[in-house]
Design a protein around this ligand. Sequence first.
Ligand code: SF4
Length: 339
Amino acid sequence: MKALALFSGGLDSLLAIKLIQETGVEVEAVYFLQPFLPPDREKKVIAHLQDLIAQLNVKLHIVRLGDDYLRMLENPAHGYGKAFNPCLDCHIFFLRKAGALMKEIGASFLVTGEVVGQRPKSQYRGAFPIIDDESGLAGLIVRPLSAGLLPPTIPEEKGWISLAHCPSIQGRQRKTQLALAQKYNLRYETPAGGCQLTNVEYGKKVRDLLKADGALTIDSLRLLSIGRHFRISPDYKGIIGRNHQENRELYRYFYQHRWEPNLYLLKGCGAPGPLALGIGRPSTEAQRNLAHLTAHYGDHPKLVNVTVKILAAGPDHHRTNLSVFNDPALISIEQFRIT
Ligand code: SF4
């Protein structure tokens, strides 16, 4: 018999796998990779997950999420948490995907590291029936960490597994999990940073994007991890690099999309300074405001004119120069700053 575990990279899902392995069932695991992580972070996350799961000798499936995940993020039926995290819908989405993979690999049930009462929205006891019903997997989701507190699942009722050895963890305290980690000698560092959608600052940028564009794309979400973000006008957004690495990434993005319209690259001349990426349809005033911000964040002397070079992408790509007077009093940064 085989089970498929949802692996989050955290201690709870490691323990859940271990507890099910102890029932004699073979376990494979799946990790759902959000498609908008910066590539270097994505590599680190995958390496870290593989390192952790290797302790349990479990096959790990990494599933990269796609556009259907973005559609769910745009309009979650159960709403968002404190930031842009639709945890309940996200969880149901993961379980549906896991249910399909479960059938594909010939597994008989799913395993999660959920704990009753641990998370405000998706892990209180009342949420589990909603999750089970909406995922279409009622009775097939085993939660070994809180097994004693939950009604028996199909695998228990049919005698496929016994969870008598499992704890009845409830709430946010971690004492039992830490004791179990010690008992099983498990390393359990969580991947750096956690889910970006739970970050309030990142969430503000996603909301701005959704309001302005009406839809999310993987490319536009990836850009949210780079630079300072400014909403210059309803139709125009600017991203200004904060360091050499970010400037390179903004340049790379511009170069990769150089045949697409509504994309601009700005750079102040005559002194070291950042690159700025302009996205959208700028009025003359909006372009001037982004040029002014670009000069402001450079090493240009104040109270002098700075020439800002502007490359326009698209089939008729062209270069223009705009002269702006570099006076901080003339521009209200807070008016435009998204985060
Ligand atoms: S923390 Fe992030 S990945 Fe996890 S359920 Fe919430 S939104 Fe989804």
